[in-house]
Write a protein that binds this ligand. Sequence first.
Ligand code: HEM
Length: 357
Amino acid sequence: MAEQRITYSEYLHLHQILALQDGGTASGREITHDEMHFIIVHQSFELWFKLIINELTTAKSILSKEQVPESDIPIVVHHFRRTIEILKLMQSQWRVMETLSPQGFLAFRDDLGTASGFESFQMRHLEIILGLDKKNRPGGMDPLAHFKKLASESEDGEKAWQQLLKVSSEDTLVDVLTSWLARTPINGSVPSDEGDEEVVSTFIGSHLESMAKHDADSLARHISLGTPNIEKVEEGFSNSQQAAADFLIPEGSISRHRAGLLFIESYRELPLLAWPRALIDCIVELEQQLLLFRHHHARMVERMIGRRVGTGGSSGVDYLDMTTKPRIFTDLWEVRTLLVKRSGISDVENPDFYGFA
Ligand code: HEM
């Protein structure tokens, strides 16, 4: 029997995809060329969101293993790197959106009714996978409550709601990363080792001392150069030392995952920690690109509609700017404040454990 041919169009469902640019109008409303542009830009973003969700879900499932084999870390890094490139590409897509003029948009904006990117369930899905905390959502906006409402209004609304409920019940990337970091060998010691707490505590104490010494040297430099308001500078150093201690020893007990993170970031030369370091760098870059994506969106919106209220009912640009403030991987950002130059911290104990001959 002759082999069944599958065509390019069949494989990609091209005819179906290319027939979906009608603005959801059963009424057969005419779509202008500007509105066709608006729809296609949105649809391509949503396709990229789908791929990002897929990449992050896979990365998360690998990282959530009780013991992540070292050979799996490059695979996780690969998924994050692809996500970063997609986010970068999406940022340049705003330039394409900006070829729509404010008047060109106003011509069909009313036809959107209350439809808004605020209702992008895929954007919410990816925020939830990453671990964006509900309390960090700005402006009292609660997208999940909105999706719950939409669930009662249509079958597709119910589907989106179920998708969000499911991902909300799972561990986030922040959760799995935290557990993984907690297992970092610190000066050759892992959590299951006898005396591990002592080793971690000594490492933290020594790091805080290095910080204090570095700050004392900087303060002395300010004093000798006659910096005005020296009390304020001194207070700044003292506050950051207190913040560092609170970060590493919150409520009086050692945070092993933060100590692990500090160890990985401090000793960047250790061969065994090369891939964990790459993974952390990727997550920081991923969040940075997501923030830039939000920022570019807000600037594009400001150019398009000024300061008017959004179709979704938010304060528009002000609301979008607020979404650029919260951080998801808060520890990964905060640890940067604690770092001390390599020559200012003590040498690693058990260097051969980390692959140094
Ligand atoms: C003319 C183009 C656009 C304008 C004027 C615009 C405007 C806005 C406004 C004002 C909001 C705030 C919510 C509201 O009150 O509606 C918003 C949210 C949003 N928009 Fe756009 N947008 C545009 C294009 C896009 C595109 C192409 C995407 C790609 C998917 C997108 C994705 C989003 C997302 C995900 C949100 C939710 C942000 C959040 O709550 O974190 N927007 N948009």
